[in-house]
Design a protein around this ligand. Structure first.
Ligand code: HEM
Length: 157
C-alpha cells in the first residue's frame, strides 16, 4: 500500500466527525435496553437518535475505510517494523474492526431482532476503552514526546 506523507483533508474530516458521532452514540446507547422494550411494543421515538447515529457512523466508516485503502496513510512514527509501529498499526486495525462491528451488531438487534444486544454493548464499551487509550497515546506523542503527531490529524500538508 502507498504511504503518503500526510492525511488528506477528507481523512481528517472523517476522523473527527466519526470520533464525535461515536462518543454521542455511546452516550445515547445508555438505557438502550429500556428503549428496545418500547420498540417491541411498537414505539421507536426513543431509539431513533441512537439508530440514526449508528447507521451514519457505519456509512462514514465504510467511506473512510475505502479512502484509507485507496489513498493509504502516513507511516506511524518510529523505526519501520519496530514494536511501537506494529502496535500502532494493529491498534488502528482493531479500531476499524470495532467501528464496523459495533453498528452492525446494533443493526442486527434493531432490524433483525437478534438477541445480541449485550454483545453490542460490550463491544461498544471495548471500542470506547481502546479509543481512550488511542487518544491518550496521541496526547502523549504530542505533549510528552513532542513529535507533532496530533498535527498530522489536524492539518493536511
Ligand atoms: C471515537 C474516537 C476516535 C476514533 C474512532 C479514532 C480512530 C482513529 C483511527 C482508526 C486512526 C488511524 C487512521 C489511519 O491511519 O488509518 C486514527 C488516527 C489518529 N487519531 Fe484518532 N480516533 C478517535 C479519537 C481521537 C482523539 C480524541 C485524538 C486526539 C486526542 C485522536 C488522534 C489521532 C491521531 C493523532 C491520529 C494519527 C496517528 C498517526 O498519524 O499515526 N484520535 N484515529
Amino acid at each position: 500500500m502507498s504511504e503518503p506523507q500526510s492525511y488528506s483533508r477528507l481523512q481528517i474530516a472523517l476522523h473527527w466527525l466519526i470520533a464525535v458521532l461515536i462518543v454521542v452514540a455511546w452516550f445515547t446507547g445508555e438505557g438502550a435496553g429500556e428503549a428496545m422494550k418500547v420498540v417491541e411494543k411498537g414505539g421507536v421515538a426513543g431509539f431513533v437518535p441512537h439508530v440514526a447515529l449508528g447507521l451514519s457512523i457505519l456509512a462514514l466508516v465504510v467511506i473512510r475505510i475505502l479512502v484509507r485503502l485507496s489513498r493509504g496513510a502516513p507511516a506511524a512514527p518510529g523505526a519501520p517494523g519496530s514494536l511501537g509501529v506494529k502496535a500502532a498499526d494493529w491498534g488502528h486495525r482493531l479500531i476499524y474492526l470495532l467501528m464496523v462491528a459495533v453498528p452492525l451488531g446494533g443493526a442486527s438487534v434493531f432490524f433483525l431482532g437478534l438477541e445480541v444486544g449485550e454483545v453490542h454493548a460490550l463491544a461498544a464499551n471495548v471500542l470506547m476503552l481502546v479509543v481512550l487509550g488511542h487518544a491518550g497515546l496521541a496526547l502523549y506523542h504530542q505533549y510528552v514526546l513532542k513529535d507533532g503527531l496530533l498535527r498530522r490529524m489536524m492539518k493536511a500538508e
